[in-house]
Design a protein around this ligand. Structure first.
Ligand code: GAL
Length: 670
């Protein structure tokens, strides 16, 4: 079988379906059984070799390819495509023993001792040389096999070595700073080092933010940026080697895009991926896992150019093993979450992992084949999902459509807001953004969660929640969006500092003060348990401010307390029909829902029953509408076309059983 893999083609025929496959944990008899079960389930793509460096390169420069030749051959004979991993997430014991200097070192200067993963310093030239050698060896041996269709560089780069404080990293950090600032004067000015007399006289005196005490936040932020760049440089070095051997094969690495600031700056990494891939795991403690799936999907939608598909590289069939209490997925949740990711633009569904491990650190993590084996509801659900994905094959390559609501999310802003000492150290950046997302998601609005340097064309509403760090360019473009007729909503703690983490003077939020008309004299963060009420009946907690309305209209004022009668929410109308709303208080979810409802024009989607999420993908000829019923009751929506999972015509009312998904394919887009 020949697989096509040009830049524009997806590497599998039909939506990708499969998992991380770790045959090295099993006897060869099990491999044959694996292939039988994979074919039965409809698996067409597996990620192979992610953690098998030590089993292939058994000693320095000494390779044992036999077992890998065999499994690569077995998968080829079975028509299962391979997403071949460079195994650099797990350096072998002989390498770590010979070169302990490659261990990453934490902020207390403690090395990460071998025994886990990603035990290497991203700046280590020694590690880099060994990593590129194994990457080249794999590319030369397997890269030209027809069924090897893409490269999976390492695994979750930064998950274990996201920040390394060793001397090698410190030297690399200084070089990075010299590249960024050129002169010490520029650096001292940007970081405000006169504070505590920390002015640097020599680049050699700069050290990473080691220790636990409060460091200069500008130093910390630049160390975060540097760390992201160092890991990206590692990815790019591996990518270059792979491309030099197999220029036609797509290269990616799996992101961990979720609800909090990422360990590295993924939106800045994304342009370097041939296919942007993500790993997403819900948390047992999350009261709204389905919104978490939507949130990561809405971030992924904005991660590609022109809303091209991305790939869900990992999620779980049921419980994970790394949370305090690992919740098993409820009936239907596996399929519902999977198809929700597809509705958000993923051209496939892959899991960690194919077969549940018997031993090792992840022995109690769910998989496509559980410990109990084939005769289980879980494996039957996996087979059902495989059938669904085959029926959904025409969706492949279609793009998500332009969202009406854009919500800005920026890793740098998140790092800046959540590190160091702040007026309210209990505010989580991700939660602030997710609260806004939640409100629009409840309204069934189409949403993209996008980086601030994106093109804002096409959105009707732009939300700027807690964008603590805002550069001038972002401030200018957000204002231009409102001047061109758009609605901008800025929440508290946005636009507070510039790109060097220096406060913008003259009243908060400095970057948006002119646009909003209103401004804040003083933050008034609330204590735990304290709440506020507004004169329109809305309430909230955690954050208030002493606001001056300026030339903006007051939408709601405080009722009672120190701030009674003072503005909490303001709106300024602009000449071009746009407006700029300032939400200076920590509204609760009902208040946010009421506010967001007043910001968007009603659409047909508003008539969809509550609990049914609507997601749309399109190609040049057709529209695919996903109806995801998160509710405990059956729902009926209005639709026309052909339902793809049941293969039945829909001429009006479409019935969606509780907890299930239906996808309607309809003709030419008007
Ligand atoms: C991912 C990782 C996988 C596996 C999984 C468990 O973060 O890439 O290798 O550990 O978590 O949930």
């Amino acid at each position: 079988m020949t697989w096509s893999h040009t830049d524009n083609d997806w590497p599998t025929h039909g939506l990708s379906f499969g998992a991380d496959y770790n045959p090295e944990q099993w006897d060869k008899e099990v491999w044959k059984e694996d292939v039988r079960l994979m074919k039965q389930a409809g698996v067409n793509l597996v990620s192979l070799g992610i953690f098998s460096w030590g089993l292939v390169e058994v000693a320095d420069g000494e390779f044992d390819w036999d077992w890998m030749d065999e499994i690569v051959g077995l998968l080829a004979d079975s028509g299962i495509a391979i997403d071949l991993a460079t195994p650099t997430a797990a350096p072998p014991g002989w390498l770590l023993a010979a070169h302990p200097e490659i261990y990453p070192v934490d902020h207390d200067m403690q090395p990460h001792w071998p025994g886990a993963r990603l035990g290497w310093c991203p700046s280590s030239p020694v590690f880099r040389a060994y990593a590129l050698r194994i990457a080249r060896a794999l590319a030369e041996r397997y890269g030209h096999r027809d069924h090897v269709v893409m490269w999976h560089v390492s695994n979750e780069l930064g998950g274990g070595n996201g920040r390394c404080y060793c001397d090698t990293s410190a030297a690399a950090f200084r070089r990075w700073l010299q590249g960024e600032y050129e002169t010490l004067d520029a650096l001292n000015e940007a970081w405000g080092t006169a504070f505590w007399g920390h002015t640097y006289r020599d680049f050699a005196h700069i050290i990473p933010p080691r220790g636990n005490d409060s460091k200069n936040p500008s130093l910390v932020l630049d160390f975060d940026r540097f760390s992201s760049d160092e890991l990206l440089a590692h990815y790019l070095a591996e990518r270059e080697v792979l491309k030099s051997v197999t220029p036609e094969l797509p290269v990616t690495t799996n992101f961990m895009v979720g609800a909090e600031p990422d360990v590295v700056d993924y939106p800045r990494w994304a342009p370097h991926m041939d296919i942007v891939a993500n790993d997403h795991y819900t948390r047992s403690s999350d009261p709204l896992p389905e919104q978490d799936v939507a949130f990561s999907g809405d971030r992924m939608r904005a991660m590609t150019t022109q809303r091209r598909p991305w790939l869900l590289m990992e999620h779980s069939t049921s419980a994970v093993n790394w949370q305090p209490r690992n919740r098993a997925k409820a009936p239907g949740e596996l399929i519902r979450n999977s198809l929700s990711h597809v509705g958000h633009g993923s051209d496939g569904v892959l899991f960690f992992q194919w077969r549940a491990s018997r031993a090792g650190a992840e022995q109690f993590h769910s998989a496509m084949v559980p410990h109990a084996g084939e005769d289980t509801q879980l494996y039957r659900d996996v087979c059902t999902l495989g059938r669904h994905l085959r029926r959904l094959a025409p969706v492949m390559g279609s793009r998500t459509s332009q969202a009406r609501v854009g919500i800005l999310f920026d890793d740098e802003a998140g790092w800046a807001m959540t590190k160091g000492v702040k007026p309210n150290n209990h505010l989580a950046y991700g939660r602030l953004v997710r609260d806004w997302h939640h409100a629009f998601w409840r309204l069934n609005e189409s949403i993209e969660v996008l980086p601030p340097w994106s093109d804002f064309t096409g959105y009707e509403v732009l939300v700027v929640p807690g964008l603590f760090l805002t550069d001038d360019d972002t401030a200018t473009r957000v204002s231009a969006f409102a001047e061109a007729g758009g609605t901008v909503v800025v929440s508290f703690l946005s636009g507070i500092v510039d790109e060097h983490d220096r406060v913008r003077l003259g009243g908060y939020p400095g970057a948006f003060r002119d646009l909003l008309g209103a401004w804040c004299e003083e933050f008034r963060p609330l204590q735990e348990g304290e709440t506020f009420t507004l004169d329109n009946g809305w309430s909230g907690a955690e954050w208030t401010e002493l606001v001056r309305a300026g030339d903006a209209e007051v939408i709601a004022r405080y009722s009672g307390g120190h701030l009674s009668g003072r503005p909490a929410i303001t709106s300024r109308s602009l000449e071009g029909g746009g407006r700029a709303v300032y939400v200076s208080a920590g509204l609760d979810s009902d208040a946010l829902l009421a506010l967001t409802r007043s910001l968007v024009r009603p659409t047909g989607v508003a008539n969809v029953p509550s609990g049914v999420e609507v997601l749309v993908r399109r190609n040049d000829e057709e529209t695919f509408t996903f109806f995801v019923n998160h509710a405990g009751d059956d729902a009926v929506v209005t639709a026309r076309g052909r339902e793809m999972l049941t293969d039945e015509p829909v001429g009006g009312a479409l019935h969606i059983p509780a907890g299930e998904v239906r996808v309607v394919r309809s003709g030419a887009v008007s």
